[in-house]
Design a protein around this ligand. Structure first.
Ligand SMILES: NC(=O)c1ccc[n+]([C@@H]2O[C@H](COP(=O)([O-])OP(=O)(O)OC[C@H]3O[C@@H](n4cnc5c(N)ncnc54)[C@H](O)[C@@H]3O)[C@@H](O)[C@H]2O)c1
Ligand SMILES: O=c1ccn([C@@H]2O[C@H](COP(=O)(O)OP(=O)(O)O[C@H]3O[C@H](CO)[C@@H](O)[C@H](O)[C@H]3O)[C@@H](O)[C@H]2O)c(=O)[nH]1
Length: 483
């Protein structure tokens, strides 16, 4: 069985690389000539751990290649995966422009039976639209309109762990509808994923509509857990409780589990924000109200501003003359993806208030620069106050505060002595709860996590530069008094 992947972004490249590693012959198609040229020359346009090596190995062995030639790519594959983007339209619904233009393209080039597998995240009913678009082109060419099937196989990989997620899936959702091709389509998908089903079946078979909705339901559920924990964390702050104890206390309940319970400065990325919005729009179009999902989004929008609000509470709304250090720009560690990253909202807001920002990210620096240029179009004065540091310590020089926005591993055990010596005010606002508040107190560093008994740094003064920081005691009474 030969595979063609249409769309060579995160999902397309990971799918292509992994399937070629399982022995299939794979062609990756993209309309972006620059991207395909880079891939042909062995470069990988995105940062994803392990991807470069996997692609290099399978390219060398002749199992994967890259092209912009749609006719040849469609001819070669028995299975055609659609893995193009589904960005949000202006009203938040999923823009199906790329998916439907791929469908028409398939219809224009299809000569023999093809199984069209949709991997993009798409609203319920999209497979029907893809079917119609292909059939329309076939009819136009005077071809029989039943020489293909369209099924749904949503992708659940996480960026930064994409290869592992693909190669060790919790489940594989496949939606196939009744029809003349059902048995054949099911057999082809069973063969394709046979390696993952050897010990026990991980494939969850269903109809296409249910498969399409399963993807949105999974992302909305995960996003809701995060927003729920962020609300609990904010309440914990107000009450002098510690969300990390609460996380462990509730996660131990098997019905709840430990995953996706980390409070912080909000979720970002190319999926949760766009998919929750699209789900709300789908529901609205069908007269339904997704209150939980809407609230999830609202809480997240507020949470992204939490650290800025805390900074303002300490320093006042005018941050002119303040130097703010930022550690972490990508929406999560192990990726250079800046889509919907909380850092974009935070940095723009700091710049608008007159602060100078110096930021460090081990991988996403250049992507962040591009993203900020997009965010500050026509406001060059804002960009002038932003610079990238070459390492995390350089970002700190003379800073009034350090904001941690991404939990990269090398931020986990920093040189606290160095931090104290370099910063004008040793004050850490930790949006990813990396440190132990008690240890930071002992270091003499003012510290605010998210839901981590933040009363600890109540007496920090910003009026007197280079002043030692804390005079607050750790006893319960004073904690509660400050809460
Ligand atoms: N990124 C993730 O972690 C992730 C995980 C699961 C599902 N998804 C979903 O998968 C889909 C793809 O996401 P992504 O992050 O890989 O997107 P991406 O933007 O990284 O890649 C999409 C690629 O499709 C190409 N493309 C667009 N139109 C094309 C056309 N007509 N012909 C050929 N190529 C075309 C683009 O040039 C681009 O390279 C989306 O629906 C997304 O929601 C993404
Ligand atoms: O407990 C947690 C877990 C995650 N996050 C944040 O949530 C966002 C998304 O993280 P993650 O889910 O790990 O990354 P994605 O690559 O966006 O993956 C999500 O979106 C993909 C695209 O649909 C799905 O395929 C994945 O299953 C789903 O986890 C990031 O900003 C994280 O910092 C938290 O704040 N707290």
């Amino acid at each position: 069985m030969r595979i063609t992947i249409i769309g060579s972004g995160y999902v397309g490249l990971v799918t292509g690389a992994c399937l070629s590693d399982l022995g299939f012959k794979v062609v990756c198609l993209d309309k972006d000539e620059q991207k395909i040229r880079a891939l042909q020359e062995g470069e990988v346009p995105i940062y994803e751990p392990g991807l470069k090596e996997l692609l290099a190995r399978n390219r060398a062995d002749g199992r994967i290649r890259f092209t912009t030639d749609a006719c040849e790519a469609i001819e070669q594959g028995d299975v055609l995966f659609i893995a193009v983007g589904t960005p949000p339209a202006e009203d938040g619904s999923a823009d199906l422009g790329h998916v439907l233009s791929v469908a028409s393209m398939i219809g224009r080039h299809l000569k023999s039976f093809k199984l069209v597998v949709n991997k993009s995240t798409v609203p319920v009913g999209t497979a029907d639209k893809v079917r119609m678009a292909i059939a329309h082109e076939l009819a136009h060419r005077g071809m029989p309109t039943h020489v293909f099937d369209v099924i749904s196989n949503p992708e659940f990989l996480k960026e930064g762990a994409a290869i592992d997620d693909f190669m060790r899936p919790d489940r594989i959702v496949v939606g196939v509808d009744e029809g003349i091709h059902k048995a054949k389509s099911q057999r082809m998908m069973s063969d394709l994923y046979a390696s993952f089903n050897r010990h026990h079946s991980r494939t969850v078979w269903m109809d296409v509509r249910s498969a399409e909705l399963t993807k949105y339901a999974a992302n909305a559920m995960l996003a809701a857990r995060i927003s729920f924990m962020n609300e609990i964390a904010n309440l914990a702050d107000a009450l002098g409780a510690d969300v990390d104890h609460i996380r462990r206390g509730i996660g131990a309940d098997n019905r709840i589990g430990y995953s996706f319970l980390y409070a912080g400065c909000g979720y970002g990325g190319s999926c949760f924000p766009k998919d929750t919005q699209a789900l709300v729009q789908t529901a609205k179009a069908h007269g339904q109200d997704m209150s939980v999902v809407s609230a999830t989004e609202q809480v997240n929008a507020r949470q992204k501003m939490l650290l800025v609000e805390r900074l303002i509470a300490r320093m006042g709304p005018d941050l002119t003359g303040r130097k703010i250090a930022v550690w972490g720009l990508a929406f999560k560690p192990n990726t250079d993806d800046m889509r919907e990253a909380p850092s974009r909202v935070v940095i723009r807001s700091l710049l608008e208030r007159g602060a100078r920002v110096r930021a460090y990210d081990p991988v996403a620096g250049q992507e962040a620069m591009k993203a900020l240029q997009d965010d500050c179009v026509g406001q060059d004065h804002l960009l002038k106050a932003f610079e990238l540091a070459v390492n995390e310590m350089q970002a700190l020089d003379g800073a009034d505060a350090l904001l941690i926005l991404t939990e990269w591993k090398n931020f986990h055990n920093p040189d606290f002595e160095g931090i104290k010596a370099l910063m004008r005010h040793p004050y850490i606002l930790d949006g990813r709860n990396l440190y132990n508040p008690q240890a930071l107190f002992e270091w003499g560093i003012a510290y605010q996590g998210v839901g981590r008994r933040n009363a600890l740094c109540q007496s920090l003064s910003f009026d007197r530069p280079n002043e030692p920081v804390l005079s607050v005691s750790m006893d319960e009474e004073s904690l509660m008094a400050h809460a």
